[in-house]
Design a protein around this ligand. Structure first.
Ligand code: SAM
Ligand code: SF4
Ligand code: FES
Length: 343
């Protein structure tokens, strides 16, 4: 019988694991796994931590994902949509705070049609920064136009590769279309980010292992993994599972074993369920943090799950706070744009 040490050694040498081996790792005490993921992170991407400044520019969404507070049927949430000038001003603030990557994120809000978004992208790209989009499923033509306008990266989590679970959680969406979007994004030359939610009701270890194998088969450049946090105004309210943090950390660490050179964020959701969650994640395989650069007014309203961190903190304060935390563990903030393969 193969032991934990054998599996970790195999991962170190080959960065390939079978589904059984991944499931074994997900179900075993995490201590050695986290240590190995941290060592592989150090070997492949070093001690620098890339900061990505997040601009959540609209909380309006046409989708109905059952886990998310922004879902269209949630009538309790106060909606907002930033003007192009407001988006550009927040982006400029991010540039002044020293961010080398900015991330534009929103619900699936079709108000921002192709040309409008392209003009925002090209204006922001006048700065010497990398730009990431995280705005959901769009047409191939849109993805192509955004890329031509200057967007460098795209984040689209698969959320779960379990097709049945996907269907239950996304009544108005199509798994095959999500896959097609990811393939389009990749083929257009974006650095491609995906990821999953961990601890969804009905999710199994087997499906989490499939998620990791999917990240590997896509050769994702970025993988964001977060614990599912129930929102009270969604159909999944009250389904909190305290094991989700540890489980998400394990999925993240195994992802580092099989994709050693990619960018992996210590997600905000991890810090929401554990007060030291991002630092723990940075010591278990992660090398990216994504602080928010909006004002409190908007941060409060972008409530995908409750009790989000830093709601009342000014963007400058978060920038300094996270730098101090990162320095306290002997790591440092990168001064580069932090592409997977530096350009
Ligand atoms: N609308 C875009 C999309 O879905 O790709 C981007 C914004 S969406 C709010 C970003 C991510 O939030 C999703 O990919 C999902 O994994 C995460 N998310 C949504 N609801 C969540 C919850 N209740 N707990 C943890 N993460 C959640
Ligand atoms: Fe909309 Fe994204 Fe939330 Fe789904 S996860 S409801 S697409 S904002
Ligand atoms: Fe926002 Fe620490 S990162 S206050």
């Amino acid at each position: 019988m193969t032991s934990l040490n054998d599996i970790l050694e195999k991962a170190r040498e080959k960065h390939e694991l079978s589904k059984d081996e991944i499931e074994f790792l997900l179900q075993t005490d995490g201590e050695k796994l986290f240590k190995t993921a941290d060592e592989i992170r150090k070997e492949y991407v070093g001690d620098e931590v890339h900061l990505r400044g997040l601009v959540e520019f609209s909380n309006i969404c046409k989708s109905t994902c059952k886990y998310c507070g922004l879902r269209a049927p949630n009538k309790k949430i106060e909606r907002y949509r930033l003007t192009p000038d407001e988006i550009i001003n927040f982006a400029n603030e991010g540039v002044m705070l020293g961010y080398k990557t900015l991330v534009l994120q929103s619900g699936e809000d079709m108000y921002y049609e192709r040309d409008l978004l392209c003009s925002i992208i090209s204006e922001i790209k006048k700065n010497d920064i990398a730009l990431t989009l995280s705005i959901g499923e769009r047409s191939e033509e849109d993805y192509e136009a955004f890329r031509t306008a200057g967007a460098d990266r795209y984040l689209l989590r698969i959320e779960t590769t379990d097709r049945n679970l996907y269907k239950k959680l996304h009544p108005n969406m199509d798994f095959e279309n999500r896959l097609a979007c990811l393939k389009n994004i990749k083929s257009l030359g974006y650095e491609t980010g995906t990821g999953c939610l961990v601890g969804l009701p009905g999710q199994t270890m087997s499906s989490l292992a499939d998620d990791i194998l999917f990240f590997k088969s896509l050769n994702a450049d970025m993988v964001g993994i977060g614990p599912f946090i129930p929102h009270p105004d969604t159909p999944l309210k009250g389904m909190f599972n305290p094991d989700n943090f540890e489980r998400a950390l394990k999925v993240m660490a195994v992802t580092r074993l099989v994709l050693p050179d990619i960018n992996i964020p210590a997600t905000t959701a991890m810090e929401t369920v554990n007060p030291n969650g991002r630092i723990i994640a940075l010591k278990s395989g992660a090398n990216v943090v994504m602080p928010n650069i909006l004002t409190s007014e908007y941060k409060k309203k972008y409530e995908i799950y409750p009790n989000k961190i830093c709601i009342n903190e000014h963007s400058g304060k978060c920038r300094n706070c996270i730098e101090a935390k990162i320095n306290s563990i002997g790591r440092f903030i990168s001064t580069t744009k932090g592409f997977r393969k530096p350009v």
